[in-house]
Design a protein around this ligand. Structure first.
Ligand SMILES: [Zn+2]
Length: 314
């Protein structure tokens, strides 16, 4: 049995603790730490990683993991271990930004390097200290900019273990996506660790529905993997195989009349764009029947901006 060691600290079975990982220093000299909450049962079992805030402005994930920790979701595990990192990108969080201060994206910096940039150092710390202990994981994200994602799981195309986790998590939608180069999900996949990505809400805005669905999903996985008993669940996720964005055909002021989570019919009017002066109004027409899995909450849009993300093949 491999030793359960993080940052040279061995964490015995039956112990819950917090480990601080030093990932760098601000120009002011302030040290930046990642806080890692670790929960271990007395009995052997699998190890789940739960991670929020790889993108520092995607705070629904930070709040979901924080809530799971503070409300005792991982206390008194029956088997195995949970490693919970509520906030990975501390730099982005304090700057209200997706990236780290040098503009790099932590989720495009894996596996990382200890001699690299801030994002690369964060990635390296996770790859070296955390991933060797982990059997599977959930990575929490939101839509970028003002794009809202209806709660959904994304998993790697062709990864049966991840597809099973996606089903069990039981978010409203599940979408298979190809892996992005240098992403956390891809590097973990290469180490034999299936990671599912939960997307819910938009950046810099808390969304109650997404947080609730995220917490329910964690309970479903804890139960399914035998870490902690939960309620019996009927799996009702809709698996979607194709998605596309409906884009603005004019600049102007955008108002949606149908929103994420709703079904739309081909040729249905689902929003409008008008000018600010009262001269024109264009309808936005669905090109395909499907579910709205995400929409843009920005009121002022340019030609070509993404308006609705539609999932249309099942
Ligand atoms: Zn993200």
């Amino acid at each position: 049995m491999k030793k359960f060691t993080i940052n040279k600290e061995e964490i015995p079975k039956g112990k819950n603790t917090t480990v601080q990982l030093n990932v760098g220093r601000l120009p002011s000299g302030t040290r930046i730490h990642i806080q890692v909450n670790v929960y271990r049962a007395e009995k052997d079992g699998s190890c789940m990683l739960v991670i929020g805030g790889i993108h520092g402005d995607e705070i629904n994930g930070v709040e979901t993991v924080r809530k799971a920790c503070s409300e005792g979701y991982f206390d008194e595990l029956e088997t195995g271990s949970v490693i919970a990192i509520p906030l990975l990108n501390v730099y982005g969080f304090i700057n209200f930004s997706r990236e780290v201060p040098d503009g790099k994206d932590v989720n495009r910096s894996f596996p990382g390097s200890s001699a690299g940039s801030l994002s690369s150092k964060i990635a390296r710390t996770i790859t070296k200290e955390i991933l060797p202990l982990v059997d599977f994981g959930v990575d929490f994200h939101t839509g970028g900019a003002s794009r809202y994602n209806y709660p959904q799981i994304r998993y790697s195309t062709g990864d049966q273990n991840a597809a099973e986790l996606a089903k069990v998590f039981n978010a409203p939608y599940c979408i298979a996506k190809s892996m992005i180069s240098k992403s956390f999900r891809k590097v973990a996949h290469g180490m034999g660790i299936p990671i599912i990505v939960f997307e819910g809400g938009e950046s810099l805005r808390l969304d109650g529905l997404s947080i609730q669905k995220g917490l329910e999903g964690l309970q479903n996985i804890l139960d399914f993997k035998g870490l902690k008993k939960g309620n019996q669940t009927t799996y009702t996720s809709k698996f979607i195989s194709k998605t596309s964005w409906l884009r603005a055909t004019s600049a102007g002021v955008f108002k949606w009349t149908k929103s994420s989570g709703q079904w739309v019919e081909k040729d249905e009017k689902i929003g409008i764009i008008n000018d600010p002066y009262g001269h024109f109004e264009y309808p936005i027409i669905a090109k395909k029947s499907g579910y709205i899995i995400g929409h843009n909450n920005a009121p002022v849009v340019n030609h070509g901006d993404a308006l609705f993300h539609i999932g249309y093949e099942f």
